[in-house]
Design a protein around this ligand. Structure first.
Ligand code: OXD
Ligand code: MN
Length: 600
């Protein structure tokens, strides 16, 4: 497919090392996809689902010990350890390559090695980055065909250069003790072994589009962020685009596919999805910030997705979708998961492949789930009923607002606006989320997750904060920066704000702030809405409740300031002075709460 010697040398090197029986180049054609699906079905790697009810859909199980990203086995192998920073695992690159080569040597004997040329971003767009993934997994090939743009045109674009990310994956034996997801940012290389789970092996996603891309973005003057992108069309026909970063389990996919409340729909508001997980941001021609979603599909969590929480996501999964580790309905070859608003199947196999019935409990009386809590759907983005028509625009969409958020029971108000870009970088850097009762361990433990990038930043996070500050100097028409919290609880631990589609009421305020058509009030943390400026029309929610959601509590925030200072201490000299200054100012303002009447 190519004469590029860098590409051919790369393929040959790993062909010699892994010793597959065959090498197959993936061309993105329907015919090849069909043949691979048939082959995967014949070997049992995948199961074809009911073609009438779920046309083109397939089912796959990963190994029982291989169902999630493995952060403790994920490494950033920069030449100098300090360049990976205190929040990443590090290994010396040459030592790491040797270790991986030794583990994976000969691992593809008797197998086929697939070569996948893929693009993150529209092929030919100024945002696009090209990669070539080598893998021994048909499941990986079929996922990459959905999540990325796979085409021989990628090879044309690479031309005779070495400007592509080398992505190496081998399942080896799926041995947990020898599972490694390693990134070599200075070599533009990713090397993943002993896993078959999406986040560890679909190397275009977290590995390339976040870890490697964040590193490239810093070198080249752009940003790779863990953000959804959505467009809000107002009744006057104007569409405003927002990027939002939330840690895992805070409802990014739900917000990206939000359905406006009835009162908004009646007025003509519409919400369009551009992306649900990753945004690449660049300065546009006129000094605005533009964003693209570099992906071509959704790799979403299935449990909890239903016709109320996210009807658009559900509709997206009705054809040409791969379901991984969900419950298999044996009676009609369809799928089910906890939280789906359809009765659980009575003749089923759980995600481990064992016979399963609703109501089954383990030896300790704990319910046995049919679907793994991290079970996934891989669905083509084009299936999404609310996909933005600008999704494929090679220039991206202009961003009016950047929104950060987390799951906080008390500290953060429903919404606040940063004073300016620098303060906004501070607001992003102090992002945190509290663990929920659903996860093992203590409830309410605060995990700091700056810009939701803690597991995804491919270099020192202190330098990453500086890059954000530097970008602010370059962008003339800076988006405004906000923080939201849908998760404040009352004295009984119940969520106060209804969330889901109603979150549009908060986004509406954000947009009006961007347009300069609504006021705000000063507070120690940033600008707050006047309670009467959040539109509660058609919602059973009182202005008093809203006031509670906007309260800034002195003691809680003094604790917060302490927590931030401890977190910042990790970064040492590489923490930008600007952020230390911002923290000092926050502390001063929080201390003054109750002493000055204007600080409400
Ligand atoms: C994801 C994640 O899978 O953030 O998107 O873990
Ligand atoms: Mn994510």
């Amino acid at each position: 497919m190519t004469n590029n010697r860098y590409v051919l040398d790369f393929v040959k090197k790993y062909q010699d090392l892994f010793q597959p029986d065959k090498v197959v180049w993936i061309d993105g054609s329907k015919k090849q996809k069909r043949e691979l699906t048939n082959e995967g079905a014949a070997t049992g790697e995948i199961i074809k689902l009911n073609n009438r009810l779920l046309p083109g859909c397939i089912y796959h199980r990963t190994a029982v010990n291989d169902v999630a990203r493995v952060e403790d086995r994920t490494f950033i192998c920069s030449r100098k350890q300090e360049d990976a920073g205190p929040t990443n695992n590090w290994m010396e690159p040459q030592q790491c390559y040797k270790m991986l080569d030794d583990i994976a040597r000969g691992s593809m004997k008797g197998k086929t090695m697939y070569v996948i040329p893929f693009s993150m971003g529209k092929i030919g767009s100024p945002f696009a980055k090209y990669g070539i993934e080598l893998t021994d997994s048909i499941y990986v090939v079929l996922n990459m065909l959905i999540m990325t743009r796979v085409s021989p045109k990628v090879l044309d674009k690479i031309g005779d250069t070495d400007n592509f990310t080398k992505c190496v994956h081998s399942k080896v034996t799926l041995d947990l003790e020898n599972r490694y997801i390693c990134h070599f940012p200075e070599d533009n290389t990713i090397y993943s072994i002993n896993s078959g789970y999406g986040g560890n092996v679909l190397l275009g996603k977290k590995c390339l589009a976040l870890r490697i891309a964040s590193y490239l973005g810093r070198q080249e003057g752009w940003m790779a962020e863990h953000m959804l992108i959505l467009g809000i069309e107002k009744p006057d026909g104007d569409t405003k685009y927002i990027c939002a970063a939330f840690p895992s389990a805070c409802g990014k996919t739900n917000l990206a596919m939000l359905i406006p409340p009835a009162v908004y729909r009646e007025k003509g508001y519409k919400v369009y999805t551009v992306g649900d997980d990753i945004a690449w941001l660049r300065k546009g021609k006129y000094g605005q910030l533009y964003a693209v979603n570099p992906e071509f599909g959704f790799f979403g969590v299935a449990p909890g997705t239903n016709s109320k929480t996210n009807p658009n996501a559900l509709a997206t999964t009705k054809r040409d979708t791969i379901f991984t580790n969900v419950c298999l309905n044996k009676a009609n070859k369809t799928v089910w998961w906890e939280g789906l608003d359809q009765p659980a199947p009575t003749k089923a196999e759980d995600w481990k492949g064992e016979k399963w019935k609703p109501g089954m409990v383990d030896a300790n009386g704990k319910p046995i789930p049919g679907a793994n809590p991290n079970s996934r759907f891989t669905a083509p983005i084009k299936n999404c009923p609310c996909l933005s028509k600008e999704f494929d625009n090679p220039k991206g969409v202009p961003i009016s607002a950047i929104v950060f958020g987390g799951r906080r029971a008390k500290a953060a108000p429903l919404v606040y606006e940063a004073r300016d870009w620098k303060h906004g970088v501070f607001v992003g850097s102090i992002m945190a989320s509290e663990t929920t009762a659903a996860a093992a361990g203590k409830v309410g433990v605060v995990r700091r997750d700056p810009m939701a990038m803690l597991p995804f930043c491919g270099y020192h996070m202190g330098d990453y904060f500086q890059h954000w500050l530097d970008m602010g100097k370059k962008i003339k028409q800076k988006p405004k920066i906000f923080n939201v919290n849908w998760f404040r609880t009352d004295e009984n631990g119940k969520f106060i704000w209804p969330g889901f589609g109603e979150n549009l009421r908060v986004l509406d305020w954000i947009i009006r702030r961007c347009e300069g058509t609504v006021d705000a009030v000063e507070s120690p943390v940033g600008y707050l809405p006047k309670p009467e400026d959040i539109n509660l029309e058609g919602l059973d929610f009182s202005i008093e409740q809203l006031k509670d959601l906007l309260e800034i509590d002195r003691e809680t925030w003094l604790e917060e300031v302490k927590g931030i200072a401890e977190f910042y201490a990790k970064f040492g000299e590489r923490l930008p002075k600007e952020l230390t200054k911002q923290l000092k100012e926050l502390k001063k303002r929080v201390r003054a709460i109750g002493k000055e009447t204007q600080n409400k």
